[in-house]
Design a protein around this ligand. Structure first.
Ligand code: PHE
Length: 337
């Protein structure tokens, strides 16, 4: 066969080769033991010696040319194989799938964090006090002796005669003042427990205690602090008022109302037509409480207040059943994302 014809056929064949296996078969058919080129090389020995160099060179040129084309085909097929593999492995990121729900803080935690931010920003420390408390810290040190009628105001879960679930965060005042001396500015948020259960009371609820003790602290400081607090929670237009009240651990004691954020004081459903919303209990720290903690009441004065976080949350979320805060029904919680 003409050498040129062999070359032309081979190159044509190489162009149509389209798998690595076909290429390998082609190479065997050329360069293998009984391949076309191998046979040509072998036939050299039958030629007259003077033709050998010339024909040998021509065969070799063809071999090199075919080999080059084989290498090119190999690269082309390898690339195609990679592209095919990538194509098969492709993930379609545009594919439709249900949107993953984004979670959010529970409205109660949101209020708590907001208040903590506010008070910490005003220089208060956050103090953690135990939920399982002794009678001493929950009552006696707060000027509520064993036979005091004020105990009736807080229906207590006793664990035994001396140990109980705290009914108020006020015990945190005592624990803090035993350890730290004035100047004191602290808040103590946490769970409290009372044997109460209806649409506005839950056996477990949340309070945040606030305590300030220093020289020259007056009722005006309490009022200014509470005014700032009420404006922060309910808006700049909010005003507050004090009503006389009674707590054994404060003297004088007050109940604090904020003007209704909903109607501005005219009277509406939110404020039960009174124009005011009751927000917390407060007062000047009773001197007996300071004495119980080894702080001289002739030198230091303080104010304290305790705010119900569930109540504030309920007012802000405009709900009238405290259980909604506990059921963790996502249909309810979704409204406050
Ligand atoms: N501990 C009181 C309560 O639970 C609230 C309060 C705290 C009142 C601090 C005065 C001072 O009702």
């Amino acid at each position: 066969m003409q050498l040129n014809q062999i070359l032309t056929d081979a190159l044509k064949k190489l162009e149509t080769v389209n798998s690595e296996r076909e290429l390998s078969e082609f190479k065997t058919s050329m360069f293998g033991k009984s391949g076309t080129l191998t046979a040509l090389m072998k036939s050299l020995k039958d030629l007259p010696p003077e033709q050998k160099p010339q024909v040998g060179k021509e065969i070799n040129d063809i071999r090199v040319a075919i080999q080059d084309k084989c290498n090119e085909a190999e690269v082309r097929l390898h690339k195609a194989a990679i592209s095919a593999a990538l194509e098969n492995d492709k993930i379609d990121l545009s594919i439709d799938k249900p949107v993953t729900e984004v979670g959010a803080l529970h409205p109660l935690n949101r209020i708590r964090n907001k208040l903590i931010d506010y008070f910490v920003g005003n220089g208060y420390v956050v103090y953690d006090s135990p939920e399982i408390e002794t009678d001493y810290y929950n009552f006696q040190a707060l000027n509520i002796p064993l036979d005091h009628p004020a105990r009736d105001m807080q229906d207590t879960f006793f664990i035994n005669d001396n140990i109980l679930l705290r009914t108020q965060t006020s015990g945190g005042q005592i624990r803090l003042m035993e350890k730290f001396k004035p100047p004191i500015k602290m808040i103590c948020p946490g769970r409290v427990y009372r044997n109460d259960d209806d649409s506005s009371h839950s056996p477990v609820f949340h309070q945040m205690e606030c305590l300030v003790v220093d020289k020259n602290v007056t009722l005006c400081d309490l009022k200014g602090t509470l005014e700032g607090f009420a404006k922060f929670i309910f808006g700049e237009q909010t005003v507050i008022r004090f009503r006389p009240s009674y707590f054994p651990f404060t003297e004088p004691s007050v109940e604090v109302d904020a003007s209704c954020f909903n109607c501005g004081g005219k009277g509406c459903r939110v404020c039960k037509n009174t124009g005011w919303i009751e927000i917390l209990g407060a007062g000047m720290v009773n001197r007996r409480v300071l004495e119980n903690c080894g702080i001289d009441p002739n030198v230091y004065h303080g104010f304290a207040f305790g705010v119900g976080l569930d109540r504030i949350t309920m007012i802000q979320c405009a709900i009238n059943d405290i259980k909604l805060l506990w059921e963790n029904d996502v249909r309810f919680l979704r409204n406050f994302r």
